[in-house]
Design a protein around this ligand. Structure first.
Ligand code: ME8
Length: 518
């Protein structure tokens, strides 16, 4: 770790933790990749980032799936958790901790949260009777369910089967937090973005909060309730607590907790806002713990017109996409194509379109053409520019203004617009390159050619530094080709232009076109 670590502001970012109940699909990969882009951006921008993701291993759903496969549940969860972690590693997701809710420190954190809520008088024993969806691990009121023609009942919103559940369990006084939660959203609208999701949650709270059943006795795959080993905690109590565990809770005096709590950003999918923006802040208020600063709900990746999900049966294996198109191509596609916060679709045609137009043409071809000319005509070193013309200055100014534009988009989590800003400058650079015709200048005015190539390389340097969070490996390749040292790639290095005379490696293509197999 760097000696300046404590001088840098902390930034704690998390994703949802996946149920290890099946192989993760492109929807899960999308969440990890998008959070990774933010984590990498903040690191390059000088923050001491702690980025956590992991698996949510307890609960009835995981237990039932393990039973269906005839595997002991702990083994099943562990095996699938490893599959999950391996995917994140394969996607180059820069995890600082991969948490598993079966980790010892997490069990301790969950028990402490429970004890605090209980000490605050918010937990009581009651008889629960209502509709439960195992697939959603969620309770629904009758009004939130629909009776189907065949006599079965489903959750109206998520279409998953619900079953009537009657149990004596511990109940959390959620109703006591209705006004405090409304005050939270009034004072801190940024607690949940985008605004459409916030409006849904605020109207849900206004419709009246019922107390929440938070323990179960009909199965045992969970964190035991302190003092009541016949109860396990409702899976969402322990799942949400993972964010505290990562920051060192219950050791609130620890360096980690002081530095990283409250969390700066929880990245989640839009289907789990109720848990993160109603239950979670209420639990924390009850336990006397500061609330996270911000929750951002991304949309769904759809495929063939429907949400990609195991139950729909339209899942795409992210490993297959990476093998077919390349890792950075997949990362770029998901982050550029889908407006962050809205639903988006994955299709073969769309990804091939992005690879060939945005990557191969706009970026790859520009780098390849300019660097090949430099290799052949400028002694394979960064060329020495002459005096800059108005056109050169306009290009360099555009590049110099990029950090502010891109940072503003990342701050508002418009990742797709950050990428778009970079590509708009690449579009300008391509027009500049064509208009300046350095291949003609080669004969007529070699000094001017050198200046045009220098300006082009300098814009490429800025774009490549700023695109590192989106495509870490490819950005590194381009920066290698531009002769930029590995320790000159932070955002503070953006203002230090290429040094004329720096030796360059032989040019090599970075983004091949996608050609359909016969
Ligand atoms: O909800 N597109 O786990 P999970 C985009 N364990 N995102 C998708 C998606 C899709 N097609 N399908 C799923 C859980 N996701 C809980 C979370 S957090 C304390 C506990 C997203 O495995 C989904 O929205 O069902 C969620 O954010 C994440 O994947 C994990 O879903």
């Amino acid at each position: 770790t760097s000696p300046h670590r404590s001088a840098r502001p902390g930034f704690y970012i998390t994703t949802a933790i996946d149920y290890p109940n099946a192989a993760p699909h492109v929807g899960h990969a999308y969440e990890s990749i998008s959070a990774d882009a933010v984590a990498r951006f903040k690191r390059l921008d000088g923050f001491d980032v702690f980025f956590m993701t992991g698996t949510d291993e307890h609960g009835q759903k995981v237990q039932q799936n393990a039973a269906a496969e005839g595997i002991p549940v702990a083994e099943y969860a562990s095996r699938n958790s490893d599959v999950n972690e391996a995917l994140d590693r394969a996607l180059n997701v820069s995890i600082d901790r991969f948490i598993r809710t079966t980790d010892d420190d997490h069990v301790r954190a969950s028990v402490e949260l429970w004890n605090r809520m209980e000490a605050n008088g918010d937990i009581y024993l009651d008889k629960y009777a209502g509709w439960y969806s195992v697939r959603d691990e969620a309770f629904y009121t009758e009004a939130e369910t629909t009776l189907q023609d065949d006599g079965t009942r489903i959750s109206t919103d998520t279409k998953t089967p619900v079953e009537w559940t009657e149990e004596s369990n511990f109940t959390f006084r959620l109703s006591a937090y209705q006004d405090k939660l409304l005050a939270l959203f009034a004072e801190h609208p940024e607690y949940l973005e985008p605004a459409t999701r916030r409006n849904e949650i605020v109207s849900f709270i206004k419709s009246g909060l019922r107390d929440l059943s938070i323990s179960r006795t009909t199965f045992d795959w969970g964190v035991p309730v302190p003092g009541h080993p016949d109860h396990v905690m409702y899976v969402w109590v322990d799942a949400l607590t993972n964010y505290l565990t990562g920051a060192g809770f219950p050791d609130t005096e620890s360096e980690a907790f002081q530095r990283y709590w409250p969390a700066d950003l929880h990245i989640i999918g839009k289907d789990i806002t109720r848990f993160h923006c109603v239950y979670w802040p209420a639990f924390l208020m009850s336990a006397g713990i500061e609330l996270p600063k911000r929750v951002f709900a991304h949309g769904f990746v759809n495929y063939k017109g429907e949400k990609m999900s195991k139950s729909v049966g339209n899942v795409v294996d992210p490993h297959e996409l990476v093998d077919l198109y390349g890792l950075d191509q997949v990362r770029f596609f998901l982050l550029r194509e889908i407006s962050y916060g809205q639903d988006g679709a994955y299709s073969h045609e769309a990804i091939v379109g992005r690879i060939n137009a945005d990557l191969a043409n706009e970026l790859g071809n520009l780098a390849q053409r300019s660097l090949t000319m430099v290799a052949k005509n400028c002694d394979a070193v960064v060329p020495t520019p002459g005096e800059f013309t108005a056109e050169d200055k306009a290009m360099l100014d555009l590049a110099a203004g990029l950090l502010d534009r891109v940072r503003a988009e990342f701050d508002s989590l418009a990742i797709h617009l950050a990428v778009e800003a970079l590509w708009s400058v690449l579009g300008e650079t391509n027009r500049y390159f064509s208009a300046q015709q350095p291949w003609v200048l080669r004969k007529t005015d070699p000094a001017r050619m050198a200046t045009v190539l220098y300006v082009t390389m300098e814009v490429l340097r800025v774009v490549a530094i700023l695109v590192q969070p989106i495509m870490p490996d490819s950005a590194a390749k381009i920066l290698d080709l531009l002769g930029v040292e590995a320790d000159n790639r932070q955002f503070t290095d953006l203002g230090t232009a290429l040094t004329a005379g720096t030796p360059l490696p032989p040019p090599a293509p970075v983004f091949p076109r996608f050609v359909e197999a016969e």
